[in-house]
Design a protein around this ligand. Structure first.
Ligand SMILES: Nc1ncnc2c1ncn2[C@@H]1O[C@H](COP(=O)(O)OP(=O)(O)OP(=O)(O)O)[C@@H](O)[C@H]1O
Ligand SMILES: [Mg+2]
Length: 256
């Protein structure tokens, strides 16, 4: 955690002037803090994909992002996922100010704090459900206490968490769409992330399977997981605690 800057106790006549950056240091319950974030693409003409975006998301919150095509949703998600950098402004992720980090530090932070969930599940068809979940760790540097030996147990735990303990050993083609997406969510949970970033997670699902994924989101959020979900579907955004709308790169909070 990054704490408030410490200082030497002042003499009696010292006037304490708060440092500008100290004012925005988020507390331990803040997972996302965007401060005046702009993202401009240097195309001809330049595209202002994000304009003065301010957003705070607390631990355990479920936020949905809605907006028309081209409004900046993916740009925002890429920024939150440390796949893109703001042109200006600050992004604090789980207490870490990310703009000053180098590429390797950003990759490492992404791997430890963020799980990604996409519209298509990206499961390997010839691997079993548990193998697919274990593959989350295949390309990751082992962390202390999380060596290869415990990988199967962690995959089983993740599958239990998404309600699929009874599907070990199954191949993805024998599962429903909702079950496949829950396997993808189990895979994302393997790194014990602070944040799940979901881009149209129910875009390929019928209403019944959508419900099963939304029920899982409720459950994860109750367990303290922070969820940010891009969606076009009213039924999906309605289930979030908060909804923000993005329009021409500007974010507005929607009242419920
Ligand atoms: N690499 C890029 N270079 C130039 N312009 C870009 C680039 N990436 C995105 N844009 C532009 O930025 C704006 C926002 O794009 P973005 O992909 O974030 O929209 P979106 O809300 O995700 O749209 P959709 O719902 O269609 O996925 C668009 O005008 C897009 O054309
Ligand atoms: Mg998009």
């Amino acid at each position: 955690m990054t704490g408030l800057p410490t200082s030497v106790p002042p003499d009696d006549d010292t006037v304490i002037v708060p440092r500008a950056d100290a004012v925005i240091v988020p507390d331990a319950d803040t997972v996302i803090q965007l401060v005046s974030v702009d993202r401009t693409f240097d195309s001809e003409p330049p595209v202002h994909a994000l304009r003065d975006v301010n957003l705070t998301v607390r631990r355990g919150e479920h936020l949905s992002i809605v907006g028309p095509s081209g409004s900046g949703k993916s740009t925002l998600l890429n920024t939150l996922g440390l796949l893109d950098r703001p042109t200006s402004g600050a992004y604090w992720l789980d207490g870490v100010e990310t703009n000053t980090l180098g590429d390797l530090e950003r990759t490492s932070l992404r791997g430890s704090r963020i799980g990604f969930v996409f519209q298509s599940f990206h499961l390997l068809p010839y691997r079993t459900v548990d193998e697919n979940v274990m593959l989350a760790e295949a390309y990751r540097r082992p962390r202390p206490g999380r060596g290869r030996a415990g990988r199967r147990a962690r995959a089983e735990e993740a599958l239990e968490r998404v309600g699929l303990a009874h599907r070990f050993g199954f191949r993805p083609d024998r599962l429903s769409g909702g079950e496949r997406q829950r396997v993808a969510i189990a895979r994302a949970l393997m790194s014990e992330p602070a944040l799940l970033l979901c881009d149209e997670p129910t875009g390929n699902l019928d209403s019944e399977n959508t419900e099963s994924v939304l029920d899982l989101f409720d459950q994860l959020s109750q367990q303290g997981m922070t969820l940010v979900v891009i969606t076009h579907e009213e039924a999906v955004s309605k289930r979030a605690d908060r909804r923000v709308r993005i329009s021409d790169g500007r974010l507005t909070e929607e009242s419920r």
